[in-house]
Design a protein around this ligand. Structure first.
Ligand SMILES: Cc1cc2nc3c(=O)[nH]c(=O)nc-3n(C[C@H](O)[C@H](O)[C@H](O)COP(=O)(O)OP(=O)(O)OC[C@H]3O[C@@H](n4cnc5c(N)ncnc54)[C@H](O)[C@@H]3O)c2cc1C
Length: 455
């Protein structure tokens, strides 16, 4: 199965002409493009505020939903929809994630656990988070979306009609022309409709990567996410995830550069063979692989990238369509839910105006861009690339990445930066931390030749 492959065929055409051939669809206040996590969350927020919402989705709900290991901010955002941790656990849609463990091929490992003092006053931080069965979670959310009265249209948006910086309408594959006062683009990373329509600036972090993953039955899952990596100081990190998505199933995935997978394919290896070969290097998977003679793994390719100015006069971009963060950060679900909540709030506040206030739109864009840059450049420089890893070791590098990432994510949840002051203060903290990482990375890189010579 190939997630995202169909999206790449979409052509975004800007047009302002006549539309005799198309069936007009109007009557909604907001058109949400994409019924993934960000799109569904936005639909619920908007209908709760009394707006009439049309959601157009290309039919991806049953397609390889991924994003199963949540960071510590996601449960609070899911609880806004009544999906509390207790409920998700009880309904076997989720398992507890109490820690992240990094295991190396040479047998070393390290647990990353938030300190217990954070759970006590005055901090009172929830130290648990979840792994989720995304297919089941998506079904639950889809039920909520439909029961809220959202009109759902299974169709693919293929054209965006613009007038200056405004979106006038979108057209679909089945010949519908949808107009509404407001739009949210939550079409995911492969489509990025509005970013392409408005030629938004794109910032990429790291090379194109490929993820191959499958599911295995287990009897004793661990209450944590486990990451496996080679301990032999590879020039660029490859890794394997193990995520218990429900009490009887683990999700196991392999992430490598597109170049690595391409090289394997050029030597005639199938995707399954590449997957088996990689997992076979870790003793944990030997018996699981033996028990499952044939795997039909899912596969997707992606580039971690973020866009600038993801809000316009009558539109906003949310979720991966705005910024794709690396899966290792486990921040994608939080980002999708946060964007959806913040984009919906801006639209709700602007509903009686002609346009979204410029400052509100600018601050929304700033937060998305700076936070995604912080995660993506941080994980690239500290974990994926070799200079920092090879200087301090991969286990310590894990700390260097995890501690600021965890703290800044928690600060975001507490501070809820919305206005100008809080946004600028928060972005200052993000950029300060990013600068620190960059200086340390540059130092390690500068030292690398002399260390190699000494070795
Ligand atoms: C391999 C991998 C592993 C990951 N692991 C994690 C993890 O462990 N933890 C975590 O937090 N995050 C993880 N993520 C990220 C997480 O999955 C995403 O951030 C999140 O699901 C994004 O949701 P979204 O709604 O923005 O996009 P999507 O879920 O991609 O939804 C987009 C929707 O838009 C629809 N669509 C697309 N184009 C059109 C169109 N033209 N017209 C109409 N509809 C359209 C699609 O059908 C789809 O339903 C991972 C990502 C990848 C790739």
């Amino acid at each position: 199965m190939q997630r995202g492959a169909a999206h790449e065929r979409i052509e975004v055409i800007q047009q302002t002409g006549t539309h005799e051939q198309q069936t007009p669809v109007a009557g909604s206040d907001v058109t949400v493009i994409g019924g993934g996590l960000a799109g569904m969350a936005a639909c619920i927020h908007l209908t709760r505020a009394g707006l009439r919402v049309l959601c157009v989705d290309a039919g991806g709900i049953e397609n390889d939903a991924v994003g199963e290991s949540l960071d510590w901010s996601a449960p609070g955002l899911l609880a806004d929809f009544g999906l509390t941790m207790d409920r998700l656990i009880e309904e076997k849609i989720a398992t507890y994630k109490r820690h992240v463990t990094l295991k190396l091929g040479d047998g070393c490992d390290q647990n990353y656990i938030p300190g217990e003092w954070l759970g006590r006053p005055p901090f009172n931080v929830e130290l648990r988070t979840l792994h989720v069965d995304r297919m089941q979670l998506n079904r639950q959310l889809r039920k909520m979306v439909l029961s809220c009265g959202v009109t759902f249209l299974e169709d693919r948006v293929v054209a965006v009609e613009t007038n200056g910086r405004r979106v006038e309408a979108v057209s679909t594959q089945l010949g519908k022309r949808i107009s509404s006062p407001w739009f949210i683009d939550a079409s995911g990373s492969a489509s990025s409709l509005f970013a392409r329509a408005f030629h938004l600036q794109t910032y990429e972090a790291g090379p194109r990567k490929v993820a191959i993953w499958g599911y295995f039955p287990v009897t004793t899952p661990v209450e944590g996410t486990t990451l496996y990596a080679d301990g032999v100081k590879p020039p660029y990190m490859e890794w394997v995830w193990e995520i218990p998505i429900n009490p009887n199933t683990i999700s196991v995935g392999y992430v490598a550069t597109g170049e690595t997978i391409k090289a394997g394919r050029e030597q005639g290896e199938t995707v399954e063979a590449i997957f088996r070969e990689k997992l076979g290097r870790f003793p944990r998977f030997e018996s699981l692989l033996r028990a499952v003679p044939a795997i039909a793994p899912s596969v997707t390719s992606f580039v971690c990238r973020m866009h600038g100015r993801v809000a316009g006069p009558n539109w906003l971009i949310a979720g991966e369509a705005a910024a794709m963060v690396d899966p290792m950060t486990a921040n994608g679900v939080t980002a999708a839910l946060r964007h959806a909540a913040e984009a919906s709030r801006l639209l709700i506040e602007s509903r009686h105006r002609q346009r979204i206030p410029w400052l509100g739109a600018a601050m929304y864009s700033r937060r998305i861009l700076d936070l995604a840059m912080f995660f993506n450049y941080g994980i690239e420089r500290v974990i994926y690339e070799s200079p920092v890893r090879n200087t301090i070791g991969v286990l310590k590098a894990g700390d260097v990445y995890t501690i600021p990432a965890w703290c800044l994510n928690s600060i975001y949840s507490r501070l809820r930066p919305r206005g100008v002051l809080k946004t600028l203060l928060f972005c200052f903290l993000l950029n300060l931390s990013r600068l620190g990482t960059f200086l340390f990375y540059s130092f390690c890189k500068w030292q690398q030749p002399s260390r190699q010579a000494a070795a």
